[in-house]
Design a protein around this ligand. Structure first.
Ligand code: C5P
Length: 230
């Protein structure tokens, strides 16, 4: 069954402390998002990609992938969820309401083909995630210090990644309602779907599917790319 992919790439990437949005930082000499889009264009059964880019984006059109007829673009919004919603609004003019949509961060260029296959084979509402390897502490503040409030049972803790998969109209309605009701708690697609009463399936991903957030992540990604090409 054909599916669409949405790539939110309208962020400013402030955490990197760089002078350009992080999706355009060079990874092995090519913009990060170029690696991500070239990877997605090889996924089996792909119908197309909708990329949400910033209104003042200067760089997207220069990418090789931007010339591919399967790559569509929309203008993103203020937050990641607004960018995803803009892409879903666009897609609902093109695709069947039941079409499966995979939302994937521009900043995860190294997701493996076998993880994508596992996600495609999973439940209709599912996401890639990493079982926690560190022990997770919940904190509280006391007299200006940060203290452990409690230790969460590690066996049940997963770190949510992308792609996150759901049927088009179901995801669109869940995001619309989530943004109306409590926008601060909608940090990924799954959180909006959970708020709407769904229980997304967690699909365990390889360690290579990390999100490039800090400068050291770029170095690690370059090393992994070199290893794959070797
Ligand atoms: O900042 P963070 O790593 O959480 O961003 C995740 C993804 O969401 C990035 O690819 C970023 O470009 C995108 N984003 C977006 N629109 C925004 C903010 C972030 O498309 N307004």
């Amino acid at each position: 069954n054909a599916y669409w992919v949405i790539v939110p790439a309208a962020g400013s990437g402030k955490r990197m402390g760089a002078d350009k949005p992080k999706q355009y930082l060079p990874l092995a000499g090519t913009p990060l998002i170029a690696h991500t889009l070239d990877n997605i264009l090889q996924w089996p059964g792909l119908a197309g990609i909708v990329v949400a880019i910033a209104a003042d984006d200067q760089e997207f059109e220069a990418l090789t992938a931007a010339q591919d007829p399967r790559v569509h673009r929309v203008t993103g919004g203020a937050e990641r969820a607004d960018s995803v919603l803009a892409a879903l609004d666009y897609l609902s003019q093109l695709a069947d309401p039941e079409t499966s949509v995979l939302v994937h961060d521009a900043a995860r260029p190294l997701v493996s083909r076998s993880d994508i296959q596992s996600l495609l084979n999973a439940s209709a509402i599912a996401l890639l995630a990493q079982p926690a390897s560190d022990t997770i502490k919940q904190s509280r503040c006391s007299n200006g210090k940060t203290l452990v409030n409690q230790t969460l049972p590690r066996q049940q803790i997963w770190l949510a990644q992308t792609p996150q998969k759901a049927p088009l109209q179901l995801l669109r309605r869940a995001l619309q309602r989530g943004l109306e009701q409590c926008p601060e708690s909608i940090t990924d697609e799954a959180s909006a779907l959970e708020l709407a009463g769904h229980a997304p399936e967690l699909v365990s991903a390889c360690r290579s599917n990390f999100k490039i957030t800090h400068p050291a992540d770029l170095m690690l990604a370059e090393a992994l790319l070199q290893h794959r090409q070797a």
